[in-house]
Design a protein around this ligand. Structure first.
Ligand code: HEC
Length: 151
């Protein structure tokens, strides 16, 4: 009987935690999609800068605009309080996002500024890619360092 009760209790706990994990599933998927969209387009710029892909002004400008576009999403919608990796499966978001929301927003705004530069300058010539990527890359690291659970 004791064992049965323990199993029921364990099932209830597991059931409960998976309910929490489900709660923010859409937000987690959406924000990871935003991150991967940024990453994919940054990869295009990187490949052109390195000469692995032929420089194409239209494609470079489109990549810059894509990053700028996703940098405009409303951050609080993607990162609701309690949606961090301590409370949910499948996410590396740290709870420092919620204890220091202003700092997190500031890092996202820095990405926005670099992305605006990327949108305006990536299509102006291959030599513009280095500075554009440098500015963008610095903003990823600055945020991940503090607000993402290390991999
Ligand atoms: C304002 C903070 C912030 C900025 C700026 C930022 N990221 Fe992220 N990034 C995060 C957080 C938080 C996560 C974890 C999201 C999750 O797992 O829910 C993440 C996760 C990722 C992931 C992994 C997604 C997954 O499926 O696990 C990639 C790839 C990524 N970021 C790329 C980038 C790149 C490239 C840049 C810069 C051009 C960037 N990020 C800028 C906060 C940021």
């Amino acid at each position: 009987m004791k064992k049965f009760v323990a199993i029921v209790a364990a099932t209830a706990i597991l059931g409960g935690s998976s309910a929490i994990a489900q709660e923010y599933k859409n937000q987690i998927k959406a924000r990871q999609g935003v991150m991967w969209t940024i990453s994919l387009n940054l990869g295009t710029l990187g490949a052109m800068a390195k000469g692995e892909m032929e420089y194409d002004a239209d494609k470079a400008a489109a990549a810059g605009r894509s990053i700028h576009g996703v940098s405009m999403v409303h951050l609080a919608t993607l990162f609701p309080e309690g949606s961090d990796g301590g409370m949910n499966d499948g996410t590396t978001a740290k709870d420092t996002i919620f204890s220091d929301r202003a700092g997190f927003d500031e890092k996202w705004a820095a990405l926005g500024t670099a992305a605006e530069k990327a949108a305006a300058e990536a299509g102006t010539g291959k030599e513009a890619l280095g500075p554009v990527m440098g500015a963008l890359g610095g903003t990823c690291k600055a945020c991940h360092e503090t607000y993402r659970i290390p991999q």
